[in-house]
Write a protein that binds this ligand. Sequence first.
Ligand SMILES: Cc1ncc(COP(=O)(O)O)c(C=O)c1O
Length: 391
Amino acid sequence: MSVNFDEIIERRGSHSVKWDKMEAVYGVSPENGLPMWVADTDFKPPQAVNDAVTALADHGIHGYYGGDETCRAAVCGWMQRQHGWEIKPDDIFFAHGLGAAISLCLTAFTKKGDGVIVFSPVYHAFAKYINANDRVLVESPLINDNGRYSMDIPALEASLTGKETMMIFCSPHNPGGRVWSRQELREVADLCARHDIILISDEIHHDLVFPPHKNIAMPLAAPEISNRLIMLVAPSKTFNIAGGMTGCVVISDPELHKKYSNASIAAGVHNNRYGMTMLEAAYNNGDEYVADLVEYLAENHRIFDEGITKIPGVKSMKLEATYLAWVDFSDTGMPMEEVKSRVEKHAKIAANYGETFGNGGKNFLRFNLGCRREVVIDAVDRLQEAFKDLQ
Ligand SMILES: Cc1ncc(COP(=O)(O)O)c(C=O)c1O
């Protein structure tokens, strides 16, 4: 193992949102509660990442960062090795995280009042960025087919008004963990081409895919839409370095490239020394780590799913990717207020509320399994106990 994922690392009092804000948000104390909400893991990154940060601290000078060629090369190398996706170093922009990148894309490529399509339920911040930029959220509900999401492209197409100018696509999907097939990717790309829609493909979760599934980068599935495609990728989820606030925006079309460049300059974006240093070290040295991590997470899923489905009426979606279990409580027949109260007050677990992910999410909770195995086992015990009257 490249890293011991079972190592106990105290995160309380370390400015961790997941640990240090859970009491304020959920009323669950970090003393004996389990934080299973915010999507970061409790794992150390590859040793090379921490060594690089230590070298920065040892050098002791923290001025402006310049000369990002080695970072670009690291991104290109990773995408080529891990995803078979060849990118040109100059097509990459570095952003202050992918949330910031999405917001910049909204300002660069759309105008106030434009419709922006998402497939819901989906990562809750998409709606936040769309609304805060005064664009109109257009939700295309996913079909939940026996615990597996699929898109309803004909229904979406029939509902289009002509005001939609952008789609924010999550691939693999958060939540629900779908790895979209080549055919599905092509349907999305074709729809965008037919209706002159800019496609943002947010592939932040693309490294954490469970065999035999394989994520296909959108440019490989639909090379002909490069004139309308913005790719978002980052090492933040994979290597647990989201605090470095550094992600990549890859744009090969010259016109879109220029527009994004202007928006990025207008927003005063500079590279973050710590984020860039971690990104470079992770992408250059993380291959073995990601293989180990995927194996570890797959077992966390297996244990969680097996345990949770023993509770009558509770179903966890079969994840093809991500460490985010998406659990459906509909068949318990319980109001969600009761479910949440049991999870938080009885099981003492903080999990994301499904309704914040938009249409179709309200009977779900999302549990973060990017934690030690022992915590997953404990969570299953606590949940079984909290709902034991249903047995
Ligand atoms: C699909 C998706 N995009 C973007 C983000 C946020 O990225 P960042 O932390 O780089 O802003 C997340 C975080 O959970 C996510 O799930």
